[in-house]
Design a protein around this ligand. Structure first.
Ligand code: S3P
Length: 409
């Protein structure tokens, strides 16, 4: 499986603002983490790769240079939202742009807290381009997240590195916790809430980061292993951070025959080898607090549901409407084209599975996870499936189609 995209972005950003040279082992070649690197280069951060190790020459919290043109975040929401937190505290202005998909995604969710901290942020109707007038005298705030979003949480915490006093983010539903882990922040649980605080100038030493393998990528092959008869796949060294891996528990609860072997720690993150075998799946209900910790896996969960007996319902997943595409709409349309029985809700979808699917020509709507989810559905559908613009998989998983081909063979 490819290296974890979320951890990779953070390792590059933290290396850039630490003092000295950091090494990143396993930095992914996929498009999104490469967008983060190219933005950092425009901000004066040099980096080079040698023998599979990326060396990033950090310049400290205040060593970034003003960019001489807009920073292009490509398709990457994580790049745009996290780097905005850092840029808000600089003594220069910057502009962030993205591709047509990223230019439609909501950015007020980061602009609002950053403005509260004293940065001046201009958007166009809530969207990119994001114009940031940096302010080295930001104020610390206490911010209760209005949406469960690790990107917003991380943006505010990174801005907190530049803000007087303390900045605290309060989350009432857990979202992926890589930023707080990698910054070594203390997290206090108060009832059902988590309080995460950071202080101006929090030290970020240069160091070696190692990026574990991406659970969100493994999710496609875990599903393939379950739904394709006579399968057995072993996925080595996959990240199993509990704020990311709920899909594994859900798939097991559906009857997925998955064993977890060789559990260990790798670079501060739990990892394990996963062995999956063909399984007879049953329906499941997914909602509430589960949703943010399997948010990226909902497209592939919908595919698993189409091959499970009974009615699977996924609710409280409004956030899927503002991902790289509207993932509820995309999965409803694509699964219906394959003959599945699907009901659409504003906040999710229900799939009554167990009927054979037929191959179809489907669209990935320029979304890597929709492309890969439909690839797995196509493995098991009767007849041929064509996925338009399937190359979008390379946003997070450049080898996806080759690996699928190899496993299918
Ligand atoms: C990510 C957080 C999630 C996720 C995205 C990566 C991250 O987005 O969907 O793929 O690395 O912080 P939200 O924080 O917007 O839910």
């Amino acid at each position: 499986m490819p290296p974890d995209k979320s951890i990779a972005h953070r390792s590059a950003l933290l290396s850039a603002i630490s003092e000295g040279t950091s090494q990143i082992v396993n930095y992914p070649s996929s498009a999104d983490p490469q967008s983060t690197l190219s933005c950092l280069r425009q901000l004066g951060i040099e980096h080079e790769e040698e023998d599979g190790i990326l060396y990033v020459h950090g310049k400290g919290l205040n060593g970034l240079q003003a960019p001489n043109k807009p920073l292009d975040c490509g398709n990457s929401g994580t790049t745009m939202r996290l780097i905005s937190g850092i840029l808000a505290g600089q003594d220069f202005d910057s502009t962030l742009v993205g591709d047509p998909s990223l230019s439609k995604r909501p950015m007020a969710r980061i602009a609002n807290p950053l403005k509260e901290m004293g940065a001046s942020i201009e958007l166009t109707e809530g969207h990119a381009p994001v114009h940031i007038k940096g302010n080295p005298d930001l104020q610390g705030i206490t911010y209760e997240l209005p949406v469960a979003s690790a990107q917003v949480k991380s943006c505010v915490l990174l801005a907190g590195l530049y803000a007087a006093d303390e900045t605290t983010v309060i989350e009432s539903k857990s979202s992926r916790d890589h930023t707080e882990r990698m910054l070594g922040l203390s997290v206090f649980s108060l009832g059902s809430q988590k309080h995460i605080s950071i202080r101006k100038g929090h030290r970020i030493p240069a160091r070696t980061w190692s990026v574990p393998r991406d659970f969100s990528a493994a999710a496609f092959f875990l599903t393939a292993g379950c739904i394709v008869p006579n399968s057995e796949l072993r996925l080595q060294g996959v990240g199993l951070n509990t704020t990311r891996s709920a899909f594994l528990n859900v798939l097991q609860a559906m009857g997925g025959q998955i064993t977890i072997e060789n559990e260990r720690e790798f670079a501060g993150e739990p990892i394990a080898d996963l062995v999956v075998r063909s399984s007879s799946l049953n329906s499941v209900k997914v909602d509430g607090e589960l949703v943010p910790i399997l948010i990226d896996e909902v497209p592939i969960l919908s595919v698993a549901a189409a091959f499970a007996s009974g009615r699977t319902e996924i609710r409280d997943a409004h956030e899927l409407r503002v991902k790289e595409t509207d993932r509820i709409d995309a999965m409803v349309k694509n699964l219906r084209l394959m003959g599945a029985d699907v009901e659409e809700f504003e906040d999710g979808l229900a799939i009554t599975g167990g009927q054979p699917l037929k191959g179809a020509t489907v669209d990935c709507y320029d979304d890597h996870r929709i492309a890969m989810a439909m690839g797995i559905a196509g493995l098991r559908a009767q007849g041929e499936t064509t996925i338009k613009d399937a190359h979008f998989a390379s946003v997070s998983f450049p080898d996806f189609w080759d690996q699928l081909d190899e496993m299918a063979a």
